[in-house]
Structure formats: structure tokens, C-alpha cells
Ligand binder design. Structure first.
Ligand code: TXA
Ligand code: MG
Length: 373
């Protein structure tokens, strides 16, 4: 949706009420162009604490703070914000980019988890922007899913996750991007991508950023590349604290968004990943051994065709979701996971796109949801 779209009167009334709820310390679920967010006043510790409760989120995983405009940045940072952060926002915001900068202490420690930095973003969805403008406060908002589950990218998904836990849920239709924002750490040079998203490394490089991508060595866990089997590397949600993270110099030591340590995005069904081409025929072998109509298959049209699924293996398929572009793949991942669960599928086969451009972010999310066959 165009950020400048004029909103209908009923929507403006809802936004007006929601802005008041936020200012009074309540929780509001609102649409953004990436995923639905679960918002609270970022300066209000008690309100932010309720976000963690509603999500079942580990208390050591900091929240992204949403603002309405670049001019608000200066009110949250102690000295001049880094040039790179201003430039990234100038080029890509409102839009799916989040910048990490040092803060001036005005954000609650509950939202920053005591870090000296804060992750800031200006969302592009017209409902989000109108809400932020009207509330006129910084709004802490993680994705509006229960912790560890796929992020909500449609209004029904947001309702399903948060109804009864929050004071208001705003309907903004389906999210355009479908994957959470790119997180760019601007506290150091070169800037570092802590979480890949719709604003790709290539786009940042073209804009002149000497950015270090998740795929570089030393980027730690930022880029989750697919793993095989059950031995998933990340600890379960709520596992022990990484104390080194609290170090002021943590950027020299830990190169990832704190949340990247947790397992994420898991639907109920087991997710099995395949590389495009599948030279060893693992996809066909898996389907041969599966019950009739029990497996969902998801991937780009090219990726799915590259598997060369045999007619007998096809018997095991309950549903196939083919995306004609990487943008539609990104947009549809989480809502497809949701509908596979609703339809009672027992396993999901997902074909990974090549690791370039938006493919990097899609691989990252799929790799957090499952393991290679
Ligand atoms: O697109 C998005 O970014 C969505 C929408 C709602 O805006 N929000 C979102 O929030 O994805 P959440 O909480 O699900 O993910 C926030 C990520 C976590 O991995 C967290 O660890 C990281 O941002 N983060 C927050 N503050 C940080 C900081 N100061 N330094 C590094 N990473 C940070
Ligand atoms: Mg999230």
C-alpha cells in the first residue's frame, strides 16, 4: 500500500483510539509493510514488559522502536546520529530497513534490554505511519506472533496470535513485503547487516555503503544458512543469557541481532529444506516414503520445477504453492506456513532460492524454520 494513501474515515477513527491506547500504556497490534507489529510506548517500562508477556518472548531479546520521521531520530540519540544511519533512512525509509544506533536513555531499558544501542525503523504502511504520527511517541514493536511462531502477515493471522492479549488490533490487510525489516548496525564502519530483509546487501552496496553482509565470515549467526538433520544450532527460546552481549564493546565480539540466537518461525508441521536442483533426489525419496496427501510443497516456480517430482512421489502432495517471483515468495512464506497448519499438513518441503538479493533473506527465514533434508 502506498504510504500516502488516504485512509477511510472508520480507519482514522480506529487509529485515533489506538494512538490514545498507546499513550496510556496499552498494547496495539498494527500493520506494517513487513509484518504486523505488537506496539507499546517505548519509553514506558511497564507497557514494554507487557509486550514480552503477550508474546512469551525471552526478556533478553530487545525490541525495534518505530518512529514517524527522521527528525524523531535526534530526540532518541545522545550525540549526532551516525551519517550512515541518516543516509540509510533517507534512501530507504519509510520502508523495510531498521538502523541500530546509540541511544540517549529515553527508551525504556525493558525495550533495549539494557543495551547502549537501539534499533529504529520508520514503517511505510499508511496505517502504521498515521498511528505513529498521531501517537507522537516512539513505539516499541516486535512482530505480533507468539514467540517462535511465524510472523503474522495478514489480519487474520494477527488476530489469531494476539486477540484477547492486547487492547486493539488494527486491520491493514496483507503485508506487502512479508518478511521482517533488514537490520543495519550503524554503530561501526563498515555497517553490518544483522538480519537480511527486503533491502538487500546489493541495494545497500549500490547506494555506496561498504556494508558487511551476513554471508561474510565473522558475521556469526546473522545469516542462518541451512543445516541438516535435527541438530539445530540455536538454543531454544528462553535459554541462558549471553553475558558478553551486555559488554559495551559487544559489536567487536558479537555480530548478530540478539534475536538471531533463537529458533524462529516454526509452523506445527516439520519443515524440510531442499536446494534448487536437488541433485541427489532427496525430495522424491522423501515423498515416496510419506503418506498420501500429507505434504505441502513451497518454492519459486523454478525451484519446484527443478525437483522433477515423479508421478508416484506426487501422490504424497497435499498442496503446492509456487511463487512466480522472489517478492511473492517473501510475501507468501509466513501466510503459507499458517495455512498449511490450518489444513493439517504433516510436513512442509521448501525449496531454497539461490543466496543472492532477496534470496538471502528468504533462505535465512526458511533455515530458521527447518533443516535440510
Ligand atoms: O519488520 C520488522 O522489523 C518488524 C515490524 C513489526 O517492524 N519487527 C520485528 O521485530 O521484526 P522483532 O522483535 O520480531 O525483531 C527485532 C530484532 C530482534 O532480532 C532483536 O534482537 C533485534 O531486532 N534488535 C533489537 N534491538 C537491537 C539492537 N540494539 N542491536 C541489535 N539488534 C537488535
Ligand atoms: Mg519477530
Amino acid at each position: 500500500m502506498d504510504p500516502n494513501t488516504a485512509l477511510p474515515k472508520e480507519t482514522r477513527t480506529e487509529i485515533h483510539k489506538a494512538a490514545r491506547i498507546l499513550r496510556e500504556g496499552g498494547l496495539v497490534v498494527f500493520p506494517t509493510e513487513t509484518v504486523y507489529g505488537l506496539g507499546a510506548d517505548a519509553r514506558n517500562g511497564a507497557a514494554c514488559r507487557r509486550i514480552y508477556e503477550a508474546k512469551g518472548r525471552p526478556a533478553d531479546n530487545p525490541l525495534i522502536v518505530h518512529i514517524a520521521s527522521r527528525s524523531q531520530l535526534a530526540t532518541l540519540t545522545d550525540d549526532d546520529p551516525p551519517e550512515a544511519a541518516l543516509r540509510a533512512l533517507e534512501l530507504f525509509a519509510p520502508g523495510p530497513i531498521t538502523v541500530v544506533v546509540r541511544h540517549n536513555g529515553s527508551i525504556s531499558e525493558v525495550a533495549t534490554t539494557g543495551l547502549s544501542t537501539v534499533a529504529l525503523r520508520i514503517p511505510a504502511h499508511p496505517v502504521a505511519l498515521a498511528l505513529l504520527r498521531e501517537a507522537a511517541i516512539p513505539v516499541a514493536a516486535p512482530s505480533a506472533n507468539r514467540s517462535g511462531r511465524p510472523s503474522p502477515t495478514t489480519y487474520p493471522m494477527a488476530l489469531g496470535a494476539m486477540e484477547g492479549r492486547v487492547e486493539a488490533i488494527l486491520d491493514g490487510g496483507d503485508c506487502d513485503v512479508g518478511l521482517e525489516s533488514t537490520i543495519l548496525d550503524c554503530t561501526d564502519t563498515p555497517q553490518r547487516i544483522l538480519r537480511p530483509g527486503r533491502i538487500t546487501r546489493e541495494m545497500l552496496q549500490e547506494a555506496g555503503f561498504a556494508v558487511i553482509g551476513p554471508e561474510d565470515s565473522g558475521a556469526g549467526d546473522a545469516n542462518r544458512e541451512p543445516r541438516r538433520g535435527q541438530a539445530f544450532g540455536a538454543p531454544p527460546e528462553g535459554a541462558g543469557l549471553d553475558e558478553s552481549r551486555r559488554d559495551e564493546n559487544r559489536h567487536e565480539e558479537v555480530y548478530h541481532a540478539p534475536g538471531s540466537r533463537y529458533r524462529h518461525y516454526e509452523p506445527e508441521a516439520a519443515v524440510h529444506l531442499l536446494e534448487e536442483g536437488d541433485p541427489e533426489g532427496r525430495g522424491n525419496a522423501f515423498l515416496q516414503g510419506a503418506d498420501s496427501r500429507s505434504v505441502a510443497l513451497i518454492g519459486s516456480a523454478e525451484g519446484i520445477d527443478s525437483l522433477r517430482i515423479t508421478p508416484s512421489a506426487r501422490e504424497a502432495l497435499m498442496e503446492t504453492v509456487r511463487f512466480e517471483s522472489l517478492d511473492s515468495f517473501a510475501r507468501g512464506i509466513f501466510s503459507s506456513f499458517h495455512s498449511f497448519d490450518e489444513n493439517g499438513c504433516r510436513a512442509i518441503l521448501a525449496v531454497l532460492p539461490p543466496a543472492r538479493g532477496l534470496g538471502v533473506a528468504i533462505r535465512d527465514r526458511l533455515s530458521r524454520a527447518g533443516t535440510l533434508l
